[in-house]
Design a protein around this ligand. Structure first.
Ligand code: ARG
Length: 431
């Protein structure tokens, strides 16, 4: 490893302790190395604005930062154990190429605000992806909700309850994913604050041009308090994992439905063949593995959130414990986004098995309709309810699922889906 930036003369560095301190940290830093470089460019501009580096030095530093980014992208520069972390690698490279100008780059900043700003830029990007995945899922759900509705048993307690439909099922998830997209937006707004320029967590004796770095990096505002900048590490990561978790919670329940609906006992749904796999021993099997892993992906996101939360039992100020939040964060975000990306195509192509769904609708499922009809005609609801309960299975004889759905005119239900309202709300996110 190159000499740590903080190495003092006379103090020996022990290799195994160093390994423990650094761990796979430098490898993790690859994830936001380009964001670290972008933030370093803004920092250099800020230093030039207060004459701490000359215009020439700033130009050279920015040129070398761009070159480093290019080399990293192309694989010419590999970020590995030669460096303590990504932040040190940037300074080492600038110093190697530019000498004194490189040695000036860390003026007024700390790795503490450097890691914050790189993470923050990365998180903003991931929330953009979350937002667009959620909107894509909502769009497919809305399209499929607008197709001719096929009756589907509606369950509560996993017992047959009332007649539902494919349109109602899709409309439900459409609204859920519109909410999830809003959640991605509001979380992005929450975290859209620039921590660069807070240094180690207590500011510095320089009039840093924080307004410039805030604008240059595309942040909506400056994160004002250096102490809060440090307090927000982990807290913002949790907010992002929660936003992804909210979407994954809906995915988990949707996946549960689908895995149930593909059983021979239900047989309501046929998944596209690519989303199923075979068994290594049982020649007859087609398993809904993708749907099961979609369901399981919630666990990774929730576990990552919990891991970050567990680390935050800390006093204020930077604590090295925070370094461990990166692995959990990257893992959780990757799992969540990878899962969400698959959902639109899966939903667009799943096929309903209408005969099986119709066969699962029994006359007793009209009992609620019957009772409410009587109540609407003036019979006290509790009396109508009893009468319908006593007539039991014969209550709904002669009724059809279509009638039940058409007459379900309470706004949002089968007879009045209000897809336009959902479309309008989704449309507000398209800007
Ligand atoms: N790898 C460190 C982290 O993720 C970077 C900040 C190091 N700061 C320090 N004071 N040692 O937290």
């Amino acid at each position: 490893m190159t000499q740590p930036l903080w190495q003092k003369t006379g103090i020996q560095i022990d290799a195994s302790i160093m390994r423990f301190l650094a761990g796979d940290d430098v490898i993790l830093d690859r994830e936001f190395f380009l964001h670290d470089i972008a933030a370093s460019k803004a920092h250099v501009e800020g230093l030039a604005n207060i004459a701490l580096v000359s215009a020439d030095e700033a130009a050279a530093l920015k040129r070398e930062l761009d070159a480093l980014g290019e080399d990293f992208r192309s694989g010419t520069f590999v970020l590995d154990e030669r460096y303590e972390d990504g932040h040190s690698a940037i300074e080492a490279r600038l110093t190697e190429r530019l000498g004194d100008a490189g040695r000036r780059v860390h003026t007024g900043r700390s790795r503490n605000d450097q890691v914050l700003v790189a993470t923050r830029l990365w998180l903003k990007e991931k929330l953009k992806a979350l937002d667009s995945h959620c909107r894509a899922i909502a769009r497919v759900c809305l399209e499929r909700a607008a197709q001719p509705a096929v009756p589907l048993p509606g369950y509560t307690h996993l017992q047959r309850a009332v007649v539902s439909s494919t349109a109602m099922w899709f409309a439900g998830f459409a609204e859920g994913f519109i909410d999830n997209a809003f959640r991605a937006r509001s979380t992005r707004e929450l975290i859209d604050a620039n921590p660069l320029g807070t240094a180690a967590g207590y500011g510095v004796n320089l009039k840093l041009d924080r307004e410039h770095t805030t604008a240059a990096l595309g942040f909506a505002r400056m994160q004002v308090s250096p102490i809060y900048a440090q307090l927000s590490r982990g807290k913002y990561e949790m907010a992002v994992l929660e936003a992804i978790g909210a979407a994954m919670l809906d995915v988990r329940r949707m996946a549960w439905d689908l895995s149930l609906f593909t059983t021979a006992e239900f047989d309501f749904v046929k998944l596209p063949a690519e989303y199923t796999t075979g068994s290594s021993i049982m020649p007859n099997k087609r398993n809904p593995d993708v749907v099961e892993l979609l369901r399981a992906s919630y666990a990774s996101v929730a576990a990552a959130r919990t891991e970050v939360e567990q680390l935050l039992s800390l006093p204020s100020g930077y604590q090295r414990d925070l370094q461990f939040s990166k692995g959990a964060l990257f893992r959780g975000v990757r799992h969540g986004l990878m899962a969400l990306e698959l959902v639109p195509d899966l939903l667009a192509r799943l096929r309903w098995n209408e005969p099986a769904m119709r066969a699962a609708i029994e006359p007793a499922m009209y009992a609620t309709d019957v009772a409410i009809e009587q109540a609407a005609a003036g019979v006290p609801f509790r009396d109508a309810y009893r009468a319908a309960a006593e007539a039991a299975a014969s209550t709904g004889a002669g009724r059809t699922p279509e009638q039940s759905l058409d007459q379900r005119v309470s706004p949002g239900s089968g007879g009045d889906l209000r897809l336009d309202e959902l479309r309008a709300r989704l449309g507000r996110l398209d800007v």
